[in-house]
Design a protein around this ligand. Sequence first.
Ligand SMILES: [Zn+2]
Length: 237
Amino acid sequence: MNSKVRKTLRSIRKHSVPKLFDTITHVQTIHPVVALTFDDGPHPYYTPLLLNLLAQYRINATFFMVGEGAEKHKAVVQQVREAGHVIGNHSWSHPSFIEIDRRQRWDEVRRAELALNLNGARLFRPPHGHQNFTSRLDLFWLRYEVIGWNVTAQDWLVQTPTEMANRLIEKVRPGCIVLLHDAIYKSRLAKPQFNREPMLEALDMALNQLTQQFNFVTVPSLLTYGRPAYTYWKRLS
Ligand SMILES: [Zn+2]
């Protein structure tokens, strides 16, 4: 490939492809706004506890729910929606989208969409953060915006609330998208932390400090504060 062709391809990728195929990880802004996102719920016990905590701080967040769980716990989904939070699609049964075929991917997304009764923002988060070019393309055809993250507390590992809270306090910046879990659904880890109480305690500790500096908003609201920063379609971690 000669350098002119390469330059043109680079320019096409830079200016048009990202909007179609890339994944939003955060927003470039000077405003002190941050979006909390919670994956893998709804959980009949932990999600209501989280809703109480968010209500105490008068915060709205984004919940990337698994369709299978949503079908089982419809009342919890309703509670989340009625509290003013945004619901996004995290697939029907949480498979890795790079290990299933196209027909299965479409089925996973559409079944979850029906179970979650999505009306409004069409946001998707890939299970396990796994994606490749073809899975990303499917989400484009299914008219979803793929939302990644740029801060985690690693709340799927066994650690103390203080360790997780400190991680959040140190990393949060204007425009961040924070990944947390109100449930752990079909984890591939040897010893996942299914108990969500340490995460809830850590979140309380972190919010106690962070709400003095930052406003916590939903992902659609965060996107109104600045230009989204994208990463290429690759695996998120
Ligand atoms: Zn997940």
